[in-house]
Design a protein around this ligand. Structure first.
Ligand code: ZN
Ligand code: ZN
Length: 148
């Protein structure tokens, strides 16, 4: 008996709370102009406008995902370390790496795949990550990213 009564109180309380919430919202939005975008939101909108077309990025991301991965093997002198320019961590033997075919720069496979989701060019030399497309026009193709 007691437990059921308590449940009802909670239920009715919740309903009242929801009703009050809805009423306040409605009275606020009625007639008033919509609130301006918060700085965070407008910044996000500006960033979205700056981003390269989705199709281009998607192609680069797909290309980066398709790059062959290989376990990194240290070559040359022992004092030489190759650093992944994306995460700034040294490449270690056996880590999964990918090479940008256009410039042969080597990064972590995961890093270059994530990078290609926002940029379609090598972070070191701006060669196109997507192989094949463009050919000689690589320089012209990477320019717009830097103009912004
Ligand atoms: Zn990395
Ligand atoms: Zn490069």
């Amino acid at each position: 008996m007691n437990g059921t009564a308590e449940l009802w109180v909670i239920f009715i309380g919740t309903m009242l709370f929801t009703a009050v919430l809805l009423a306040t919202k409605r009275s606020c939005g009625c007639g008033d102009p919509p609130p301006p975008l918060s700085p965070e939101e407008s910044q996000r909108a500006a960033l979205a406008a700056l981003e390269p077309p989705v199709a281009k990025v998607a192609a680069a991301a797909a290309a980066a995902a398709a790059l062959p991965r290989f376990p990194y093997a240290h070559q040359g002198r022992a004092s030489e370390t190759v650093v992944c320019a994306i995460c700034l961590e040294a490449l270690r033997d056996g880590e999964a790496c990918s090479e940008v075919p256009a410039c042969r720069h080597v990064f972590h496979g995961d890093c270059v795949a994530a990078w290609a989701r926002s940029k379609g060019s090598c972070p070191l030399c701006r060669a196109k990550i997507a192989p094949g497309s463009g050919g000689g026009g690589a320089a012209a193709a990477v320019a717009p990213d830097d103009m912004v």
